[in-house]
Ligand binder design. Structure first.
Ligand SMILES: Cc1cc2nc3c(=O)[nH]c(=O)nc-3n(C[C@H](O)[C@H](O)[C@H](O)COP(=O)(O)O)c2cc1C
Ligand code: SF4
Length: 625
């Protein structure tokens, strides 16, 4: 690809329409318009205005990819002109994400999950054999549909979306809210591509979805992923299956917005105090105290402050945030409003992984309806507080869940983590004080403010269990109790706790207490709540290879220990996949050395944890002995 400004005329009508649909028509020749205008004589001004919109680069790439299916040189060139982004940088961004292609490809792309939970249930690209040249088949890391494994996701560019008008709220006139994803204020549209989630993905289901994604059977309700649905002990999942996730009235009738009212009644400092006193720890994996994070952000003199909700959920085996967002989307919108109020932010970004079409639709609908009813916008609940939320779609990059990579991704740069310090609370999104919180963390704030004392944790059960799904248990339950609920396999080989970045435990270690401290004391981690149960027929070396492949693929490549270490780790695991004992000994020594270097010298958590699971398999499970 020629990385320089070329003749903007090479952009096709469809590509131009996709970009203009997001940015508005080009006003000047400077921006890629066909006519030169007086504005063109003021280059400096035009350029600055365009550069201020750099954060629309990712949405612009989505807009073209949705409509045309790939990003041509002409389209990239036109986007670069409109946003004044150097072409080499835009190319670097476009090629960073697995959902984009800079080469022509079929308009239908089938993402087939080949990750741990799906592989354990027969998921493989063999499902898509013989589909023909009209479909590009792309092996995918975890699609977050583990309870219905094996899973696949079909995206068809340029096709009308399902026209998913939400039903009118029960017992009330419809809100004056937009009725389709087209009008939901998600930059980058999402209205020009059709999606079909296929899970479980059998050959027949795949073929019929590929033939007509708009007519693929509806997904089961979010509550189908919650085996405990309806249990009176649920706190975070209590509304999933009970409320109509499209209806604001239903949400309010079931306790919705009581927490925000209380927040306004007690003021931001008291909100932070209550969250701190409750001892809430972040659920995104690092278990950082949320109250401290909010206090540190709120106290920064620099303004504006931002809130970022991390809904990138890409840790293999994690799907709890998806179930919350699909089943109780208003809860997240209310919780974000409270968090924004507490830290003094007026703008929140909800960074949602690109592979969650139903969550996108539900959250877009919830935001639009909340805005129409004065629960977002200039004067929330008539309290003189302004707050709004914008959804940003990820595009297939696990690393963008890292809290500083998310900033770069939103700002229109490659999703590469930043060195810390400075920490996000000082210099985060757009260089301003920012609190980043996980979906589950935020939803926890609602029961804290409404007086529900018992703290619970969500767990994602998958693999060889009878009832995979999201489970909610009070802190302090044991791993054995959790697995009993989900229906353990007859004979168990191991349990992977915390996902690919977590570690394995043995069947004789199931009395581990499921708290952050309990798992730490046992030399493992709760991480993002993954509990992948592996029966005794599983081929451990293949699972380890898949984990290593995942990290090699998802490493952003920015720092040497991780970029090179993840490759060396995968190579060594390939060499010993059929070896044991003395035959594997040299490579195990090498793995330990490489693992230590990655842990000690990588910039971010990806490299620092890329060796955890392999190390635990060697040391705890005796893999390769
Ligand atoms: C490679 C990597 C991926 C991550 N992915 C996610 C993610 O998908 N969702 C999430 O909430 N946190 C993720 N995190 C953790 C975030 O960096 C951050 O700690 C978290 O969003 C903070 O929110 P919390 O305090 O509410 O947990 C990831 C971290 C790393 C290193
Ligand atoms: S540790 Fe890996 S993912 Fe993180 S910055 Fe370095 S290369 Fe990128």
């Amino acid at each position: 690809m020629d990385l320089k400004f070329a003749d903007a005329a090479k952009v096709s009508d469809d590509e131009r329409a996709a970009v203009d649909g997001l940015l508005g028509p080009a006003g000047t020749g400077w921006e890629g318009g066909t006519e030169r205008t007086d504005e063109d004589l003021r280059w400096a001004r035009g350029g600055a205005a365009a550069r201020d919109r750099r954060d629309l680069l990712l949405p612009a790439l989505h807009a073209v990819n949705d409509r045309v299916g790939w990003l041509s040189e002409g389209a990239l060139d036109y986007i670069c002109r409109r946003l004044t982004v150097p072409p080499a940088e835009a190319y670097g961004v476009a090629t960073f994400y697995s959902m984009f292609s800079v080469k022509p490809r079929a308009s239908k792309v089938l993402h087939v999950c080949t990750d741990l939970a799906c592989a354990a249930r027969g998921g493989s690209t063999a499902l898509a054999e013989g589909l023909g040249p009209d479909v590009a088949v792309q092996p995918s890391p975890c699609l977050g549909l583990c309870e219905r494994a094996p899973a696949a996701l079909l995206l068809q560019a340029g096709a009308p979306s399902r026209g998913s008008a939400p039903p009118a709220p029960r017992g009330s006139a419809p809100d004056p809210a937009p009725q389709s994803p087209a009008g939901l204020g998600v930059p980058g549209g999402a209205e020009y591509y059709a999606t079909a989630v296929i899970a479980p993905a059998g050959v027949e289901a795949v073929v019929s979805a590929v033939n007509a994604p708009q007519h693929a059977p509806d997904e089961p309700p979010a509550a189908a992923a919650v085996p405990q649905a309806g249990d009176p002990g649920l706190v975070l999942l209590k509304r999933v299956g009970l409320v109509d996730p499209t209806s604001l009235d239903d949400y309010r009738a079931n306790g919705g917005y009581a927490a925000l009212r209380r927040a306004f009644a007690i003021g931001p400092a008291a909100v932070i105090r209550e969250v701190t006193d409750a001892g809430l720890l972040g659920r995104g994996g690092a278990a950082f105290p949320t109250g401290r994070k909010w206090q540190a952000t709120a106290s920064q003199p620099d303004h504006p402050h931002y809130l970022v909700c991390n809904a990138d959920e890409s840790e293999p085996g994690t799907f709890k945030d998806r179930v919350l967002m699909e089943g109780d989307p208003y809860a997240l919108i209310e919780a974000m409003t409270i968090a924004g109020y507490a830290i003094g932010a007026h703008q929140g970004y909800l960074y949602l992984r690109g592979e969650y079409p139903r969550a996108l639709e539900r959250l877009g609908n919830a935001i639009a309806r909340a805005r129409a009813r004065g629960l977002l916008g200039e004067d929330v609940l008539g309290q003189g507080y302004a707050f709004d939320i914008e959804i940003r779609r990820g595009a297939g990059a696990y690393i963008c869940g890292e809290e500083t990579a998310i900033f770069n991704s939103i700002e229109g740069y490659r999703g590469e983590p930043r060195s810390k310090p400075p920490f996000p609370v000082e210099k985060g999104l757009f260089g301003k004080p920012t609190a980043v919180n996980n979906v589950e963390t935020l939803v926890n704030v609602l029961p804290i403010l409404t007086g529900r004392a018992e703290e619970t944790k969500l767990f994602c059960l998958s693999g060889n269990v009878g009832r995979p799904g999201v489970y909610e248990l009070p802190f302090g339950a044991t791993l054995r109790e959790l697995i009993e609920l989900a229906g353990p396999p007859g004979a168990m080989r191991a349990v992977l706790l915390g996902g690919a970045a977590g570690s394995f435990v043995r069947p004789d270690e199931l009395d581990i207490t499921l708290t952050f401290e309990g798992t730490r004391a046992a030399g493992t981690t709760l991480g993002s709540g993954v509990v992948l149960v592996l029966g005794d027929t599983v081929e451990l070396p293949r699972i380890l290879l898949r984990i290593a492949e995942f990290f090699r693929d998802e490493s952003c490549g920015q720092c040497v220990p991780c970029r090179v270490g993840t490759v060396r780790q995968e190579e060594a695991l390939h060499r010993i996949k059929d070896r044991t004992g003395a035959d594997a000994a040299d490579d195990i020594v090498l793995l330990r050395e490489v693992g230590r270097a990655m842990r000690d010298a990588s910039i971010c958590g990806l490299g620092q944890t890329a060796w955890n699971a392999v190390e635990s398999a060697i040391d705890r499970l005796g893999a390769y002995e």
